[in-house]
Design a protein around this ligand. Structure first.
Ligand SMILES: [Zn+2]
Length: 406
């Protein structure tokens, strides 16, 4: 057996020989405009991934998935290396949030940085995972175990189609040793992630011409009555602090956005018969998500009934939090791999968003987010990733497979 330092050097060398291929793949993936919502070009991107995985001998299968929602031709891409009973999952998503500008789909590569939609969240992470798995295979690091790759197409809208498919078809083995997802953790290991509640509140009134406004019921004004008290709720939740470590520049409270989107009305000279707004929250793992949903629903319904407003609530996302103790074996092995590759002590943090780790953690599988890029840039107009991070994360993934499957 080769010693730790030798192993790190071999993995590093294998990856650095492929730096150009990795960058080219990321540029190709960015060009596939997989914006979600609404969820388009998913089959096309799945094909790009399948072809690349074929070339890397990662044994790809493209699964067609039924969807009743807006997603067009949803796909799940699976792949595997190695054989035997011990399993590790590398899980990623190839949908991206909508672009601010169409030029974001033409990736720019300059001075070791690649800029474009999805470079950080998380097509860059997919490149790292695929090359990490391929390195583990080529270098014979799998010790009779397997790495299974899962790539889903709807993480940005809750993952229920892609990850839901994996769960329904029993394609996630509860006995797996670990799951990693290469989300943009900025060097931290996300061993915990927040839960999410997203909803859309619809208020109905009665339309009337402005000249006969007295005959109408103004849905907009009723919406304001319902939305305003929710600010106090958001403020209170921000004050309920987590005991998990959070990253630099993050707060310990639960975060809730009231009115991220809103709309309604048919014209300026008509009493609006319809108005709507959204509520979106990221809840600390300590919070009881069911109880918070009930509390929010009750607040909205109480104010609506006092105001005589006709309201309905549409729950668009309900995603439980996830956490894996940092003292677990998988967490410790991952931490050691990160510090051996990067030379920086590893740190365990709570992800400020929610992660697909939950689909695995719910089955008792130790699950972590660790990937290239930074959370702060990931949904913005100047999203980028450092190529050196693509390489170091790929090396961490290969080394993690070797040490955990040993
Ligand atoms: Zn992501």
């Amino acid at each position: 057996m080769i010693d730790g330092t030798g192993q790190v050097a071999r993995v590093r060398a294998w990856i650095s020989e492929r730096a150009e291929e990795m960058a080219a793949l990321l540029v190709r993936l960015v060009a596939s405009e997989t914006e979600n919502p609404p969820g388009r070009n998913l089959a096309e991107c799945a094909q790009v991934l399948g072809d690349e995985m074929d070339r890397l001998r990662l044994d790809p299968e493209i699964h067609q998935v039924d969807s009743t929602g807006a997603l067009k031709d949803p796909r799940v891409v699976r792949g595997a290396v190695g054989s035997g009973g011990k399993v590790i999952y590398f899980h990623g998503h190839f949908d991206v949030v909508p672009a601010q500008d169409r030029t974001q789909f033409t990736a720019r590569r300059r001075n070791g940085v690649i800029t474009g939609r999805g470079t950080a969240d998380m097509k860059g992470g997919i490149v790292s995972m695929l090359y990490g798995a391929a390195a583990a295979k080529d270098l014979g690091l799998l010790h009779g175990g397997r790495v299974i790759i899962h790539l889903v197409c709807d993480e940005e809208t809750g993952s229920t189609v892609g990850s839901g498919y994996l769960r329904e078809r029993n394609l996630i083995d509860p006995g797996a040793l670990a799951m990693l997802t290469a989300e943009q953790s900025g060097g931290a290991i996300w061993n915990a992630a927040k839960g999410a509640i997203s909803m859309r509140v619809e208020v109905r009134g009665r339309p009337a011409h402005v000249g006969q406004a007295f005959k109408g019921v103004n849905a907009f004004l009723n919406m304001i009555k319902i939305a305003a008290p929710l600010e106090a709720y958001a403020h209170q939740m921000r004050g309920r602090l987590t005991s998990y470590s959070v990253g630099e520049g993050q707060e310990e409270g639960t975060m809730v956005v009231i009115g991220g989107q809103c709309g309604g009305g048919s014209n300026f000279n008509v009493v609006p018969s319809r108005a709507w707004f959204t509520i979106d929250g990221r809840f600390n793992p300590e919070e009881d998500l069911e109880a918070e949903l009930a509390r929010l629903t009750a607040m909205i319904n109480d104010v609506a009934s006092q105001a005589g407003a006709d309201v309905s609530i549409n729950l668009t996302q309900f995603a439980p939090a996830a956490d894996t103790p940092p003292v677990s074996r998988a967490a410790q092995v991952l931490g050691q791999c990160v510090s051996d590759i990067t030379g920086v002590p590893s740190r365990y943090e709570l992800c400020p968003g929610c992660l697909d780790t939950r689909w695995y953690a719910q089955l008792g599988i130790p699950a972590f987010g660790y990937g290239p890029g930074r959370f702060e840039v990931s949904h913005g107009p100047e999203e980028f990733v450092d190529e050196s991070e693509l390489h170091s994360v790929a090396a961490v993934y290969a080394l993690f497979a070797e040490r955990l499957l040993r």
